[in-house]
Design a protein around this ligand. Structure first.
Ligand code: KG4
Ligand code: ZN
Length: 356
């Protein structure tokens, strides 16, 4: 049995500056000893979305303080950790470079090994940190930049079943929020408005529903919501709530429909028990959770969703992914470069329109 490890994690790939200390051993669950997340929401709000240059500068300004705070809260010195884990991509390259540079400096100064991680794998392995979920499992990864169904066979071993051919799930929520005047960040705002609306007032399209394969599409849905908004007169709170509810119901149908099909595929391939893991920021959506739990129940799957704070970007997931790699004896050289794009599935086939 591998020994208990303590890993410092650093995350700067989008608009959260985060550092955390995690302790444990695979397959988990592990202990989150500290978990500091500084959100840049206020800096980006005036622009209605994340501005890459502002994000990178904000990371530069506070990352060292956030790392010091994570170590202090964990009551540990850098000398006491076994390794330093950091997001090396995919993401906004300026921000990723800030985190990776600091991690390299810390590794060089302390002599501790560096582990450079794929941000998506951080999301993917969070359910092992929180619940010790065993491989293989089916993974629905739904974030601001991604919407994918994958089979997780092991650390660094993912097979992609499907991806979005246009917008990511979180992107669809964010764009819908913007066009309905709900502000930034969009996902929680749409969820909140949808809770007060009638999801049956508008019947929006479910793109790719019933089609072959496991790919997703959201752009037709977004256009339909825009058209409905344009012909709905004044965007009063009630009108917006109905549009948000109609959008959310359609988006959830798309996600649940594809996931149900993937569960069927997975169940034919692997013996029980079967696990469905939902990860990424959109996994924080309660209505989605309820619908997915119902579908998982019907398919005979046990579903795992990390708590909302661990669904959205954080460094505990990066520390844990680093811990998994380190326990397998895998570390990185200090000359590793940041990557704006980095697909989780190395053997991926290209999908027209897919961003990753
Ligand atoms: O994983 P994440 O924090 O960052 C990325 O790696 O992209 O995901 C952020 C995305 C945003 O698009 C945000 O609007 C969405 O997750 N999100 C939600 C909810 N909370 C966050 N979408 C729907 N419902 C939510 N409650
Ligand atoms: Zn993320």
């Amino acid at each position: 049995m591998t020994k208990v490890l303590t890993v410092l994690g650093i995350e700067t790939s989008c608009d959260e500056t985060a550092a955390a200390v995690v302790r444990g051993r695979p397959p988990g669950p592990g202990d989150i000893v500290s978990n500091i997340v500084a959100s840049q929401i206020a800096e980006h709000r005036p622009y209605g979305g994340v501005v890459p240059e502002i994000a990178a500068r904000a990371h530069v300004e506070i990352l060292d303080v956030i790392v010091a705070q994570a170590l202090e809260e964990a009551r540990i010195a850098l000398a006491g950790v076994d390794a330093i884990a950091v997001t090396a991509g995919p993401g906004l390259i300026g921000g990723v470079a800030v985190g990776l540079s600091l991690a390299k400096g810390l590794a060089l100064a302390s002599g501790k090994p560096l582990i450079a991680l794929n941000h998506l794998e951080g999301h993917a392995l969070t359910a092992r940190l929180t619940h010790g979920v065993a491989f293989p499992f089916l993974l629905l990864l739904v974030s601001g930049g991604h919407c994918q169904l994958l089979i997780a066979e092991g650390v660094g071993r993912f097979t992609r079943l499907g991806t979005t051919i246009d917008d990511a799930a979180g992107e669809a929520f964010d764009k819908t929020a913007k066009l309905l005047g709900l502000g930034f960040p969009g996902g929680p705002a749409v969820e909140c408005a949808a809770a007060r609306g009638n999801p049956r007032r508008h019947r929006f399209p479910r793109p790719l529903a019933g089609s072959e394969g496991f790919d997703f599409s959201f752009s037709g849905l977004k256009t339909a919501v825009r058209r409905a908004a344009e012909t709905s007169g004044d965007l009063t709170a009630g009108v917006v709530a109905d549009l948000a509810a109609g959008f959310q119901a359609a988006a959830i149908d798309v996600l649940v429909g594809r996931s149900s099909k993937a569960m069927q595929f997975f169940a034919e391939k692997y013996p029980a028990p079967h696990f469905l893991v939902v990860a990424g920021g959109v996994a924080a959506n309660k209505a989605l959770n309820i619908s997915l739990a119902n579908a998982a129940n019907i398919a005979g799957f046990e579903m795992f969703v990390p708590s909302p704070q661990l669904c959205t970007d954080n460094a505990a997931m990066i520390a844990w992914a680093g811990l998994e790699y380190f326990s397998l004896g895998r570390t990185d050289c200090l000359d590793i470069a940041p990557r704006a794009r980095w697909p989780l599935d190395a053997s991926r086939r290209d999908v027209a329109g897919a961003k990753a």
